[in-house]
Structure formats: structure tokens, C-alpha cells
Design a binder for this molecule. Structure first.
Ligand code: HT7
Ligand code: ZN
Length: 873
């Protein structure tokens, strides 16, 4: 497969002004008629051939302006159709056959549980009809869907329904008109036996919008939260960005088979059922929050993505980075802002940092790709969002809003670039953002080495910062970035933020300094007492910042920092120092000794009255094994696991009474609500329960069993079940697992949780369980949720996936080889853990590499080929 290069971008020779589609639905032979209203782009020479994308289509008819074409007037290839000569403005009619039932890749039109649905981003529309399937071709659409009236009573597409009627042979049709010009990737069609819940929203200009969520009948009771989230998101986007919805109807459909979380098709969002359905008995607090975030994310795309879209797929982060930033801010406003930040950053520093340091590292705007679906990555989404967040902090909210208004006004209805977006921000603020643009073109995580020194005599604090971005594949040399660093100086006597003066300018007690050079010095004057610096507050830039903090400094910041995020981070750094000692002890076969400063720091946290229980729960949570591994030069899986278990058990033993008190104080029988206060209380109680279970004494076990049996809500049930199943006590794990599996056999989303819980257990039977469960009637390799729940979850099981006999790697490689044919997009995602082989010690490196080589020997899809080649380069 050949790469596509950003530098090869050319505007399309022909644009489509209007698209008329007719689908006659059939599982093995759906007929798609397309009438495209085309005209030559003024910049192109007369006589340019018409090139259309098309894959896996059977062409039945083709005509221009009503005249069927002779075979020598066009050419067909595996990837498209070329018409050699066309007029300047014309109508192209095509008719093709496609087979939705054979579509296991879930791109284009496919069948899920008897329901037809589409996924067109990024390049799925070309599996529906011949078309210039690129985001810079925007057309209005009129779509007629024809199907069996009994099996497919509901026929949906983008826009507004304008006509419906009966047809001979028990069939019926509905015609939909979408007045907003859109690229083909935003096209959608759904047909099936669906039921809806309906609600309404009145926009800020007084227009009434009908809101519908379409689901299978048995899921009608799981839509309330998504609907409430949608209304909150609509309101938030009006209040925060002055963005109003622009059609009379907004629909969400839940489907069981879906490659990602959801899709923002114009007026007809299609959701993975896991990203929309919730019920207190089936979904955890985390799932409720995730649904809220995804519903908002897809809705926000209506402006950041649909009204203003991407010129080409290299600009993907233009819509995704901005929209993730918008959904993060929405969730922060709706829930606990510091906790949202802590959770986002903690995930980011574990997963995106790993991606940025691995063989598939790429800039937020890559300059080439083989398969674009491989680039729906944490870098494009999450690092892209961090960069937009930096822009909003650099400009300040008010100017950022003006920049965003300008962007939406100037480019409404257009397909644009990242330069256009950043250009608006520069224009409204007068800032020079040219150096800042390097964030978009340079891959890798910048590392900042920091030194600080207090001069008692001069009352000065001198901070020296040195930045360096490590080499990444294809980018050996990096230039310095423009890095905004938020900081404060916390006085060691007062425990308060000290006033900051830099170059004679008074900056308050919390400020942003701008690191632009490779090395830069900042001297704060009039610093009345020796401070501990609180650096990178709120994670103001996506960097790794090193400062030689002593353990006392960290304990001090944990207690006194005014920035909640940095208080949490100080605790994490303190725990990391202890963990590193213990990892070394484990490796050297030396007795492990718990650092009493960590115990005392935790004791202090437990003794403090707090009104933000959610933050406290985060502070009491140890860094994950994956995060700890990220901090190591080479990963020793077993030492990390042993060290973390040791810390958990030591804390539990030393602070047992405090955890017990915390557990009791936060128990509640109140009716479940997914509201911030309740969620915070449950998190705190469940953190306490996890510590109590860490030592597996009778009381801890009894509390977990009681919580499981009480069956009050899924958050508590799942947490208790996980603790029981992950304990060393098979006698208590098995009955609970069995009871849960039997009770929820009818619910695929709950069964996904049941799969994940058992295959993430640290006991040595996890791999055998995966093999056994792959034959379970509820499991299918054709369903991406199941693959993620069983195989994906197992690959997160550090000790068992990385078994020294290589059986974990072999199992994953076998699944990748099967999925390579069934669903290449999922195959290319699920393989990720194997691509990180260089991070592990021998013999794991060799074992992982051998599995990658075994995969490489297969006939590979472009998706898997691209990833494997990079991993083995
Ligand atoms: N914009 C959507 C991307 C998406 C997608 C991409 C490739 C293959 C399948 C997909 N499903 C959804 C999702 C989003 O970011 O909102
Ligand atoms: Zn998105």
C-alpha cells in the first residue's frame, strides 16, 4: 500500500453541489442509485477527467446527463472509477449493488442485529457509492430509503423527512432532505425495528427542536441520561460558544456493532450502544459520565466539524482536538472540574505519552499516512485538545471566544485547515503564534528539566528551565516549542502562594511563564520566604516536567498547594518515589520497606475535612501499574506489580481504621442518581473498600460481599465484584462471578463488564479464562465491544498478558490475524500493546517481536500492515 502525503493535496477538480441517493435495502444486494450534480472547479482546466472513489461496489449502470456511457468512456479499478471526458456542469447517474450482510469491517453500510446502519468517516462512503469521498467536497443531500415495511418500519437519514409512502411488495419508503452542505463522511442511514424516546429543546433564538433517541425496544428504559445530557450540551454550547442547533430534528441511534464510540453524522448521530445506554442497575458512575461526555462531544461537532469541517484528513485534529477540548470543558463545568482534569491528565500521561514515545508516534498533524483510520489516535484527539487548551490559556477565555466566533463565522460551510483555526486566534489576539504552530508538526513529548534556587540574601528565586523533545520516527531533530507553564511559589513558612514579581512586573500569585528557548532563566524577585515551586499547574502543557523535589517538598505541596491538580500530582510524585525504591528492592531481592512519609501523607489526607470528596478519592488512589511502567527506562512487569501491591497493603494495614471510618461515613442507601455529590461519595467509599480488601481480612471480605449482594447500583456491585474476583480467594470469587453472569446473561453491555472483570484478575488463570470465554455464547469476534471487553481488557492485565512463556502475546497475535480479515480497523487497534515491545526487558522483547513477525508473514490489510511495519522498523 502507498502512503498519501499532505504535500500532495490538490483541490478537487469537480465539486458536487447536490447529491440524490436511493437505497433499496437488501442484506445481500442493496441497490444504491446516485445522482450527482457536478461542476468543474474554476481552478481546473477544461477536460480534466472525473475521478470518483469506490470500493467493493458492483457497478450496474452509469450515465451522464441521461446518456448511458460506453465501456471505453470510463475505467474501473479496485479503488474507483474514472470518466475520461465530462462537460463543465452535468448530472452523473450511477447504480451499484452492495452486500451489507457481508460487511464485517463495519465501514460503509452494514447490518447489526438485523438493523442497517452506516459508518462513513473517514472513507466509508466509497463503499456505498462512487463519489469524491473527501471532506472538501460538500453537497446538500436528498436520500430515499426503501425497505420492507414489517422488518424495517423505521427508515432514517440526515436532515428532515419530507415524504413517505407505501410501495408494492410490502415495501415502504421515506425521503430525507438535508439542506446543509456536507461532506460524504457525515452521511448516515439507519433502518430497522427501532423505538424512540422523544423530547424537545427550544434554542436561544426560540426555535423548537425535536430530540429523538432510537433504540431496540428492550433498551427504552436506558435513554434518560443520554437525553438529559444532550439537552445540557445544547444549552452549554449556546451559553459558552453561542452555537445554536440548525435543524428541526436531532436524532441519536444506538447500535450494538460499532468500531468506535459514536459518530457525529449531520442530524443523525450513530452511537455504539455502550456510549449511550445507561441504567443505575447496568451502568457505573464512570459509564454515566462517559455517556454524558460522548453525547456532548458528538453534539458539539455540529459546529466544530460539521458546519466547519476539515479540508483533508491530515487536518483531523482541527475538528477532533477542538471538540475534545469543548467536551472536556463541558464535563468540567457539569461535574467536579479538578477531578475531570486529574482523570484526563492521568489517562493522557499514561496512554498518549506512551504513544508519543513508541514506534507509531506522529505529530498532531501527520504529513503522511497509509490508512487514515489508524490516525484516530490519542495524539490527534487528546494531545490535539491539550494544544487547543494551551491556546485558550495563552489568549485568555475572552479572546479565545472571539477567535472561535471569528472561525465559525468566517469559515461556515467550508472545509479548512489548522492554519485557518490558529490564524483566527492570532488575528483576534495580536499574538505571534508561529512558534506555537510547531506543536502541530512535531511529534514526541517535550521534556523539561528544571532547577530552582532560593537566594536568602537577595530574596530571589531563580528558576532555570531546559526543554528537549526526544527524536521520534522520521523526526530526529526537534526545535524548541512555545510552552506555557503555569506556576506558583508556595512559601515554606506560611504555606501560602507568594506574590510573584518578574522583571519588575507584579504577576499575582499564580502566573504563566513562556518557555520558548532551549534554555531559559526566570528570576522572581521580592520573594519573602523560601518557597517550594508548584510547577505546571493544571498540567498547563503536555510535557514531562522534572524537578528535583525532595519527599518533604512533595508532602508539603500535597498539603498546601492551592492548585488541586498539583496537590494531587505531588501525592503521585511522592508515591512514585516510594514505588521506585520498592521496585529496586524487588529486583535486588532485598526486603521491601514501606516509606513512612507516604503513610503519614495519607494519614494526613484521611484526617482532613474536605468538601470535595471526589478529589480526595483521587488523591488516595495510587498510580496505576501502566503509569508506573511509563516512568521506567525498561519495564519490569513483576517488580512493578509487587511494589504497588506492597504499597497498597502497607497503607491498608497502617490506616485500616481510617479506611473503615471513611467507608462507613460514605455509605448511603439514597436512591441512585448520577450526580456529582453522590458520585464523589461512592468513589471515596469504594477507594476505602479497595484498601480494606487489599489485606483480605474477614471484615474486608464481608464488606465487599455485602456490597455485592445489596445490589444497590452497578457502580457498587461492579466494584465489589472486581475486588472479590481479583482477590486470591477463589472460593469467594467464583460464586459471585457465577451469580452475576447468570443474572445478566440477557444484557450484552453488562456481559462485557463480566468478561473484563475476570480477565483482568492478577491470578495466573486469567489467560485460560480468556480462551475459555472466547467460546462463550455471549462472545463474538465480530462485535468490537466484545473484542475490547475480553481481548483488549486482557492485554491491560499486566502480569498475565506479559506472561514469561509468551502465551499472552501469542493469544493476542492469533486474534489480530483473525481480525485482520474480519475487521482490519479493530485489528490495527487491538495490536497496540505488542508494538511497545522495546519498552520491556528480555525475554519479553523477543517474544513480542516474534509475534509481530508472525503477523507480518500474513497477507495483511493496509491497516495492520502500516502498524506492524512501523513497530518492526
Ligand atoms: N468523528 C468520529 C470518528 C469515528 C470513526 C473514525 C474511523 C472509523 C470509525 C469511526 N467511528 C467514529 C467520532 C468522533 O470523534 O466523534
Ligand atoms: Zn470527535
Amino acid at each position: 500500500p502507498q502512503p498519501t502525503y499532505l504535500s500532495d493535496y490538490r483541490p478537487p477538480a469537480y465539486r458536487v453541489t447536490h447529491t440524490e441517493l436511493t437505497f433499496d435495502l437488501d442484506p445481500s444486494a442493496t441497490r444504491v442509485k446516485a445522482r450527482l450534480h457536478l461542476e468543474r472547479h474554476p481552478e481546473h482546466e477544461p477536460g480534466a477527467a472525473l475521478e470518483l472513489d469506490g470500493e467493493q461496489l458492483t457497478l450496474k449502470a452509469i450515465a451522464i446527463d441521461g446518456q448511458p456511457l460506453d465501456e471505453d468512456e470510463y475505467a474501473l479499478t479496485d479503488t474507483g472509477l474514472r470518466v475520461h471526458r465530462v462537460p463543465q456542469r452535468f448530472l452523473l447517474d450511477t447504480e451499484v449493488n452492495i452486500a451489507p450482510e457481508a460487511n464485517t469491517a463495519l465501514e460503509g453500510l452494514y447490518l447489526s442485529n438485523g438493523m442497517y446502519c452506516t459508518q462513513c468517516e473517514a472513507e466509508g462512503f466509497r463503499r456505498i457509492t462512487y463519489y469524491p469521498d473527501r471532506p472538501d467536497v460538500m453537497a446538500t443531500f436528498s436520500t430515499t430509503v426503501i425497505g420492507d415495511a414489517v422488518q424495517l418500519p423505521i427508515l432514517l437519514s440526515n436532515g428532515n423527512p419530507v415524504e413517505r409512502g407505501e410501495l408494492p411488495g410490502g415495501r415502504h419508503f421515506v425521503t430525507w432532505d438535508d439542506p446543509h452542505p456536507k461532506p460524504s463522511y457525515l452521511f448516515a442511514l439507519v433502518a430497522g425495528d427501532l423505538k424512540k424516546v422523544e423530547d424537545g429543546f427550544t434554542t436561544m433564538s426560540g426555535r423548537d427542536v425535536t430530540l429523538q433517541i432510537w433504540v431496540e425496544e428492550e433498551n427504552l428504559d436506558k435513554t434518560d441520561h443520554a437525553m438529559a445530557s444532550l439537552k445540557r450540551a445544547m444549552q452549554w454550547d449556546e451559553e459558552t460558544y453561542a452555537r445554536e442547533y440548525d435543524l428541526d430534528l436531532f436524532m441519536i441511534v444506538a447500535v450494538n456493532d460499532f468500531n468506535m464510540g459514536a459518530m457525529e453524522n449531520k442530524g443523525l448521530n450513530i452511537f455504539n450502544s455502550a456510549a449511550v445506554l445507561t441504567h443505575p442497575h447496568t451502568a457505573t458512575d464512570a459509564a454515566f459520565q462517559q455517556v454524558e461526555g460522548i453525547v456532548a462531544h458528538e453534539y458539539f461537532h455540529n459546529w466544530s466539524g460539521n458546519r466547519v469541517t476539515c479540508r483533508d484528513w491530515f487536518q483531523l485534529s482541527l475538528k477532533e482536538g477542538f471538540t475534545v477540548f469543548r467536551d472536556q470543558c463541558f464535563s468540567a463545568d457539569t461535574n467536579s472540574a479538578p477531578v475531570k482534569r486529574i482523570q484526563d491528565v492521568s489517562f493522557f500521561r499514561t496512554a498518549q505519552f506512551a504513544e508519543d514515545a513508541g514506534p507509531t508516534a506522529h505529530p498532531i498533524r501527520p504529513d503522511h499516512y497509509i490508512e487514515i483510520t489508524n490516525f484516530y489516535t490519542l495524539t490527534i484527539y487528546e494531545k490535539g485538545a491539550q494544544v487547543v487548551r494551551m491556546l485558550s490559556n495563552l489568549l485568555g477565555w475572552e479572546a479565545f471566544r472571539r477567535g472561535s466566533d471569528l472561525y465559525f463565522e468566517r469559515y461556515d460551510g467550508q472545509a479548512v485547515t489548522i492554519e485557518d483555526f490558529v490564524g483566527c486566534m492570532a488575528e483576534v489576539s495580536g499574538l505571534d503564534l508561529s512558534q506555537f504552530m510547531r506543536w502541530y508538526s512535531q511529534a514526541g513529548t517535550p521534556e523539561i528539566d528544571t532547577q530552582g534556587e532560593y537566594d536568602y540574601a537577595k530574596c530571589e528565586y531563580r528558576l532555570v528551565l531546559r526543554q528537549r523533545t526526544p527524536a521520534t520516527p522520521g523526526q530526529p531533530d526537534k526545535l524548541p516549542l512555545h510552552i506555557p507553564l503555569r506556576l506558583g511559589l508556595v512559601g515554606t513558612k506560611s504555606g501560602r502562594d507568594l506574590p510573584l514579581t518578574l522583571d519588575g512586573e507584579s504577576l499575582g500569585s499564580d502566573t504563566v511563564i513562556h518557555l520558548r528557548e532551549e534554555e531559559q532563566e526566570f528570576v522572581f524577585t521580592d520573594v519573602s520566604e523560601a518557597p517550594v515551586p508548584s510547577l505546571l499547574r493544571g498540567f498547563s502543557a503536555p510535557v514531562k516536567l522534572r524537578f528535583p523535589y525532595g519527599r518533604e517538598d512533595l508532602a508539603f505541596l500535597l498539603q498546601h498547594d492551592s492548585d488541586d491538580f498539583n496537590r494531587w500530582d505531588a501525592g503521585q510524585r511522592l508515591a512514585m518515589l516510594a514505588l521506585e525504591d520498592l521496585i529496586a528492592a524487588h529486583r535486588n531481592g532485598v526486603e521491601k520497606v514501606m516509606d513512612t512519609r507516604v503513610v503519614e501523607a495519607f494519614r494526613g489526607l484521611l484526617a482532613t475535612e474536605t468538601d470535595d470528596k471526589a478529589v480526595l478519592a483521587e488523591m488516595l488512589t495510587l498510580p496505576t501499574e501502566a503509569y508506573i511502567a511509563e516512568q521506567q527506562a525498561l519495564v519490569d512487569v513483576d517488580a512493578i506489580h509487587a511494589a504497588r501491591e506492597f504499597v497498597k497493603q502497607s497503607l491498608a494495614a497502617a490506616l485500616r481504621d481510617d479506611f473503615l471510618r471513611l467507608f462507613e461515613e460514605n455509605r448511603s442507601d439514597a436512591a441512585y442518581a448520577p450526580e456529582p455529590e453522590q458520585i464523589a461519595q461512592r468513589s471515596l467509599k469504594n477507594v476505602a473498600l479497595a484498601y480494606l480488601m487489599a489485606i483480605e481480612d474477614d471484615q474486608g471480605i464481608e464488606l465487599a460481599r455485602t456490597q455485592f449482594a445489596a445490589d444497590h447500583n452497578m457502580t457498587d456491585v461492579r466494584h465489589a465484584l472486581t475486588l472479590l474476583v481479583h482477590s486470591s480467594r477463589t472460593d469467594i470469587a467464583e460464586p459471585a462471578l457465577k451469580a452475576f453472569g447468570e443474572a445478566w446473561a440477557h444484557d450484552p453491555l453488562v456481559m462485557d463488564q463480566w468478561f473484563s472483570i475476570q480477565v483482568t484478575r492478577p491470578q495466573p488463570d486469567a489467560l485460560e479464562r480468556v480462551k475459555f470465554l472466547m467460546d462463550h455464547p455471549a462472545f463474538s469476534l465480530k462485535n468490537p465491544n466484545k473484542v475490547r471487553a475480553l481481548i483488549g481488557a486482557f492485554a491491560q492485565n499486566r502480569v498475565n498478558f506479559h506472561r514469561l512463556d509468551g502465551a499472552g502475546y501469542r493469544l493476542l497475535a492469533d486474534v489480530v490475524i483473525t481480525l485482520n480479515q474480519l475487521n482490519p480497523e479493530i485489528a490495527a487497534r487491538i495490536i497496540t500493546p505488542l508494538t511497545r515491545w522495546q519498552r520491556f526487558e528480555e525475554p519479553r522483547q523477543e517474544l513480542m517481536k516474534a509475534e509481530l513477525e508472525r503477523i507480518r508473514a500474513e497477507e495483511l490489510s493496509p491497516n495492520v500492515y502500516e502498524v506492524v511495519e512501523k513497530a518492526l522498523a
